[in-house]
Design a protein around this ligand. Structure first.
Ligand SMILES: [Zn+2]
Ligand SMILES: [Zn+2]
Length: 353
């Protein structure tokens, strides 16, 4: 089912959709009985806000995604709980994936005994992957940096990306209850089916509630933003996983997509098809660049088309994201046999077979 003639979602009128986008941070907007959207600010981040979803049970409050490790994020959830007459007692956290805008606040809000549920066994898994990735992207960042580029720092003579405190991995690593494909998580009057949807993040899940025909989509499908897909290892074909995960949600009976950023929307299938098309175009473009003779990540990334020109002058963190994205497409093409990759030391080279 798509949007109605007025552009409203079935069950959620246009006024509610607008109210969600305009709601002050920390003020709950009721979407369905006992299910609320709460906007959590993401300071200094282009995404601006995270949509947390709160579900009220008699003895429990479920919060889906919690924001950065930043006082403003903690404050927003404090306010929301108070407005709903709840306290931190009996709060359980469900995480759609590992990214810091969804998990970082755990370092602030975690209390002893709080249940944390996600599709990961331990936050150590996330840290391990980040450490491994750094071996690939550190040399690339050094190569991509212009002289005096801010954002690069050196530790023991080794270049690393200097990220703000909010982007660092969790300091405290609370125990996690593993959510897997097919699990049904009950909260309030609802039964959320867990769908594993890796791609944007290896640990990504969506939550499908059939009686509401609603999908809590995390960052898997967003209304306007194209979720970033990055990979740094030839062994990890993130784009293929993402496309498979898109196919998995495409035909669900969904009337309302509840995304982690931006507005709710109705036409899930239409949006999925747009995203698939976007990546097909991108694959062709990256292939053409290699065919023209661009053979390394920095050269390919800097010649690809992006929303902003003048790649060489971009901030380093933006170069980092664009190179991860480019790599994900190159790896996909290599796995399909359309490109050949050679690795010499920390140099990755791509050419036609
Ligand atoms: Zn994310
Ligand atoms: Zn996000």
């Amino acid at each position: 089912m798509g949007e109605t003639a007025e552009g409203a979602l079935p069950g959620i009128d246009a006024a509610t959709t607008r109210a969600c986008l305009a709601a002050p941070f920390g003020v709950p907007v009721e979407l369905f009985p006992d299910l609320y959207l709460v906007r959590v600010p993401l300071p200094h981040n282009p995404l601006k806000a995270l949509n947390s979803y709160l579900v009220l049970s008699d003895d429990r409050t479920t919060i889906v995604d919690v924001g950065f490790n930043h006082p403003a994020c903690e404050e927003a959830l404090d306010r929301a709980l108070a407005a709903l007459g709840r306290t931190w007692d009996g709060v359980e956290i469900v995480l759609t994936h590992s990214h810091p805008d969804h998990t970082g606040n755990l370092d602030r809000i975690y209390r002893d005994g709080m249940a944390v549920l996600a599709n990961l066994h331990s936050f150590q898994e996330v840290e391990n992957l980040q450490d491994m990735e750094a071996h690939v992207f550190d040399p690339l960042l050094l190569k991509a940096a212009t002289p005096h580029q801010s954002g690069l720092c050196f530790e023991k003579g080794k270049p690393t990306l200097h990220v703000s405190a909010e982007l660092l991995p969790l300091k405290n690593q609370p125990a996690v209850t593993f959510l897997r494909e097919g699990d049904v998580h009950r909260a309030g009057p609802y039964a959320f089916e867990v769908l594993e949807t890796p791609g944007h993040d290896p640990w990504h899940i969506c939550l499908y509630e059939p009686s509401l025909k609603a999908l809590i989509a995390g960052d898997h499908v967003l209304e306007r933003i194209t979720p970033s897909i990055a990979s740094w290892f030839p062994a990890y074909n993130a784009l293929e996983e993402f496309l498979t995960s898109l196919g998995k949600v495409r035909d669900l009976d969904v009337a309302r997509v509840l995304p982690a950023h931006g507005a709710m929307f109705g036409d899930l299938r239409g949006r999925v098809m747009q995203l698939i098309e976007h990546h097909e175009d991108r694959l062709q473009e990256i292939y053409d660049l290699v065919a023209e003779g661009h053979d390394d990540i920095v050269s390919i990334s800097s010649h690809a088309k992006w929303r902003y020109d003048n790649w060489r002058e971009w901030p380093l963190d933006q170069k980092f994201f664009s190179m991860g994205e480019t790599m994900a497409h190159l790896i996909y093409l290599v796995c399909e046999g359309k490109l050949k990759q050679t690795i010499c030391g920390d140099e990755y080279r791509f050419e036609l077979p």
